[in-house]
Ligand binder design. Structure first.
Ligand code: FAD
Length: 463
């Protein structure tokens, strides 16, 4: 009986190898193991009765969904991750790379999937045939699913392509930014404007870069360098609420970064920047900006005019039973890793409940957490975006959650810490590693720079 089964499985696996194993994820032995285990009556849920969950996207929302489902419904779902890249890289830390170059350790998706008992398929989702419950990749592979999670992220578009404009998008732009620092050091660049584009964009990177560059210049006697930050936001990082935003304004001011709010900067030729409204103009040596984000615009899926997908608060796509979306790819207006993870948690809970796990699936309740890098002590910013908590805007020099990482995901942050180091080294042993809200020491709420922080005198911020 057992040998018949093995033969049958091997035959099946040979077919499977062609279809599934391009990414190397379905080894014969593993498949045999699973088939045999599926027959074991002692197991609560047989392999074949498990629901197949296909997660398209191996970024923040995709991995958080995988980890959350593993925690919530370990025996009830069979998960496959579909993603075009080999590794997950935490881009939130890429802003510190130019100042402190170090080897970036990513997670190999194949290993992570294997470790968590999931399959990995390398490929790009092209479309899905919901009638047949099949996802189709650009290479023509068909992957079956019972439930599909679209965690496809946003597409970064370069707003301005010209010499003198550096669009910072992640680790690959680190060397160019490093070159900019070298030019600043050599006095070949004296003025830099950080220009936030209109439309959707990641909230923090330009602020991180502006403040770290200011601190970097101060410690190298380059006080004559002029830095400015031009943003369409009414207040700097206004999404974090009044208290945090006021402190960020103060921080920019103390670090001599001239601030232009409610302003659209448009870089032109020869270093010119036109600022609207108001018909203002300035000249700079370099512009640093970030991409404008657009949605994945998946074929056959209703989306808004920028290509982002509409979902309900549990991440469900209207009209497609069993199809969910989470993260930057959705219409939620703030694109951020922590929020992407929270959306993924809501999706995972909805899926877990649908496969019989006894839990009350909680809707997405957005809490924004951000770590602002300053070149000195970090600032932890937090705001409840649901509105229910009133203005609870908080900024602190001490961690407000645990692990105290830039990427705050309930399951992903502790997992990344355990895999790549960082906070895992100092994680409290007895504590639950799920983002623990810590009560800040009120004396640490001061936003005044500490003694070793840069203080280059005041320059009026311009709004
Ligand atoms: C420089 C920088 C700094 C940042 N700083 C912070 C920060 O401090 N804090 C914070 O919380 N966030 C930060 N972010 C934002 C954060 O990285 C994103 O919000 C987050 O990655 C969004 O998660 P996501 O899963 O929606 O998308 P992503 O993480 O972009 O993942 C999308 C995944 O989908 C895959 N994919 C795309 N199309 C397809 C397809 N057709 N088929 C299959 N797979 C597909 C991609 O390859 C990728 O694996 C920063 C981003 C950058 C670039």
């Amino acid at each position: 009986m057992r040998s018949e089964r093995l033969q049958a499985v091997r035959a099946q696996d040979e077919i499977g190898i062609e279809r599934f194993n391009e990414g190397g994820q379905l080894a014969s032995e593993a498949m045999i193991e699973r088939e045999i285990a599926a027959e074991d009556p002692r197991r609560g849920c047989s392999e074949r009765s498990r629901k197949r969950v296909l997660i398209a996207g191996g970024g923040v929302a995709g991995l958080e969904t995988l980890l959350a489902l593993r925690a919530l419904a370990p025996d009830r779902v069979e998960i496959t991750i579909l993603a075009p890249e080999l590794k997950f890289i935490n881009r939130s830390m890429s802003v510190s790379q130019p100042f402190n170059p170090q080897r970036v350790r990513g997670l190999r998706l194949e290993d992570t999937a294997g470790e968590l008992g999931a399959h990995w398929h390398r490929g790009t989702l092209d479309r899905f045939d919901h009638g047949r419950h099949r996802a189709v990749t650009r290479d023509g592979d068909e992957l079956p699913y019972d439930m599909l999670v679209l965690a496809l992220g946003a597409h970064p578009e370069h707003e301005w392509e010209s010499e003198g404009v550096l669009t910072f998008h992640g680790g690959a732009d680190g060397p160019n930014y490093r070159l900019l620092l070298q030019r600043l050091r050599e006095d070949r660049v004296r003025t830099v404007a950080f220009v936030k584009p209109g439309g959707a964009s990641w909230p923090l990177p330009l602020y991180d870069l502006a403040l770290m560059t200011a601190a970097w210049c101060a410690t190298r006697d380059r006080a004559e360098v002029e830095l400015s930050l031009i943003t369409p936001e009414e207040e700097p990082l206004g999404i974090f609420g009044k208290t945090a935003s006021a402190a960020v304004r103060q921080l920019l001011d103390k670090n001599d970064v001239a601030l232009y709010t409610s302003s659209y900067g448009v870089p032109g030729r020869d270093g010119r920047i036109d600022i609207t409204p108001g018909n203002r103009r300035m000249w700079v040596d370099r512009v640093v900006t970030q991409p404008r984000l657009v949605g994945p615009r998946l074929r056959g899926i209703p989306c808004d005019h920028d290509g982002f997908m509409h979902t309900d608060l549990h991440g469900r796509l209207a009209g497609f039973d069993g199809v969910f979306a989470a993260g930057d790819a959705t219409t939620f207006p703030i694109k951020q890793g922590g929020l992407a993870a929270q959306q993924a948690d809501a999706v995972a809970e909805a899926i877990a409940a649908s496969v019989g796990v006894e839990l009350d699936p909680q809707p997405f309740h957005p809490i924004l957490r951000g770590v602002l890098l300053t070149g000195g002590p970090e600032r932890y910013l937090r705001a409840d975006l649901s509105g229910g908590a009133g203005d609870d805007s908080t900024i602190s020099g001490e961690a407000l959650w645990w692990p105290p990482d830039k990427l705050a995901g309930r399951y992903l942050a502790p997992y990344l810490s355990s895999q790549v180091g960082d906070a895992a080294d100092v994680m409290p042993q007895e504590e639950h590693p799920i983002p623990v809200e810590a009560t800040p020491d009120l004396s640490a709420l001061s936003t005044q720079p500490r003694s070793h922080e840069n203080d280059r005198g005041q320059r009026a911020s311009r709004t």
